[in-house]
Write a protein that binds this ligand. Structure first.
Ligand code: MRU
Length: 387
């Protein structure tokens, strides 16, 4: 694979993106020649100020984009991983090396490994069947495209199941939903997971307010979810993560809706750090805590929450702020404005784990699991697991 690990950047638009009239750039697309063959990403590190595309011409560039969160969110990481394998295959790079690097780029979201495996399996079976490089590359690409399409379909079905559940739990509409991190079209081939449910409620006139946690330290809530909510014309309000407690205490939250990066076989849910405290608050205040995720996020090979590897990220993400946040400056030094004494070490886990007994329901494209038990999840996986 190539030497230049930094993806090429193309500025598409610097007009105010918080405007429904601005053309949407898909979170990921596959470009054919003459532009490609390459995966092209919407650089999420630049939002909401700038809609800029990243062209990844080799797997190391895509690995870098994954590590810096230019492309992020569990389902989208799966799609990106699959396109990354296809990229190596169609361009004649070492496919096994690319697959290993992509799968290891971030540890927590199980979808990343799933997507990589799916394209790699297609590639290997083509090779084993006597396919030449071109046909084997086409097989890997077809697998990536299929995953992309299926994720869009799963998204739509999660929205239907999730809204039905909300309307059943909270009759009469007027839902005030609190969400954390970013779970919309920016993480998906479709409209996302938890955000897709809120969007469906909005379209039906059943959403009174979307409460958006800013999601320190990388601000996926304020930079990305608020951006998506504004574009969709939803009634939303941004809050700092530590304001959630008083919001619950004021009786302003009817349900919490979040996504997941990995769901263990026992129903433990790894999601963006700050999700677990919301689950504790929700339990105390008798508010449903609902997780929305595709079946590919359920990992039967991870028995419980303690077995989930939680990504630990660099101190500078906490000890410095940048405006806008531009992590492409490097993984070790952020190049931002220090908000802590020089040399301060930060505890910066990217995710936390919520135990199953705090989760009211898990909504998937195959239906709802509630109560959340190993048996219920196992049945779901047995019905739908493909790889
Ligand atoms: O570190 P990120 O931004 O990749 O974390 C993303 C999340 O935690 C999302 O909530 C999760 O992937 C679910 S999105 C469907």
């Amino acid at each position: 694979s190539g030497e230049d690990k930094r993806p090429t950047e193309t500025s598409m638009s610097s007009a105010n993106p918080v405007d429904a009239k601005t053309a949407a750039i898909p979170a990921i697309r596959w470009a054919e020649p003459p532009e490609g063959p390459v995966p092209v990403l919407l650089d999420q590190t630049r939002l909401p100020g700038e809609e800029t595309e990243l062209v990844c011409t080799d797997a190391p560039a895509l690995v870098q984009a994954i590590r810096t969160l230019a492309v992020r969110g569990a389902p989208l990481l799966g799609i990106a991983g699959a396109y990354g394998v296809a990229l190596a295959a169609v361009r004649g790079f070492d496919v096994d090396e690319a697959a290993g690097a992509l799968a290891g780029a971030r540890p927590t979201a199980v979808n990343l490994g799933y997507g990589v495996r799916r394209a790699l399996t297609a590639y290997r079976s083509a090779v084993a069947g006597g396919a030449d490089q071109e046909r084997a590359g086409a097989a890997a690409l077809a697998a990536a495209r299929a995953l992309h399409r299926e994720d869009a379909e799963a998204s739509a079905r999660m929205a239907v199941h999730g809204l039905a559940l909300l309307d059943e739990m909270l009759p009469g509409g007027g839902h005030r939903i609190l969400t954390h991190c970013n779970t919309g079209a920016l993480v998906s081939g479709g409209e996302g997971t938890a955000f897709a449910v809120a969007l469906a409620a909005h379209r039906k006139g059943h959403l009174r307010r979307l409460w958006v946690d800013e999601t320190r330290p990388l601000l996926q809530g304020s930079r990305l979810t608020a951006y998506e909510a504004a574009r969709a014309g939803m009634a939303y309000t941004l809050l700092t993560d530590n304001a959630a407690g008083s919001l619950f205490a004021a009786g302003e939250v009817d349900a919490v809706l979040i996504g997941a990066d990995r769901i263990a076989a026992d129903g433990s849910v790894a999601n963006k750090v700050g999700s677990y405290p919301l689950a504790v608050l929700a339990r105390y205040h008798h508010v449903p805590f609902i997780v929305v995720a595709p079946v590919t996020t359920v990992d039967p090979d991870t028995p419980d929450g303690a077995s989930i590897e939680v990504e630990q990220r660099a101190s500078h993400e906490v000890t410095e702020v940048t405006a806008p946040y531009v992590p492409m400056a490097g993984l070790e030094t952020g190049g931002g404005i220090a908000v802590a004494p020089l040399g301060t070490q930060a505890y910066n886990p990217a995710f936390d784990v919520t135990p199953p007994d705090l989760v009211t329901a898990i909504v998937t494209e195959e239906g709802v699991v509630s109560p959340v038990t190993a048996g219920g999840l196992g049945e779901l996986c047995a019905r739908s697991r493909q790889v």
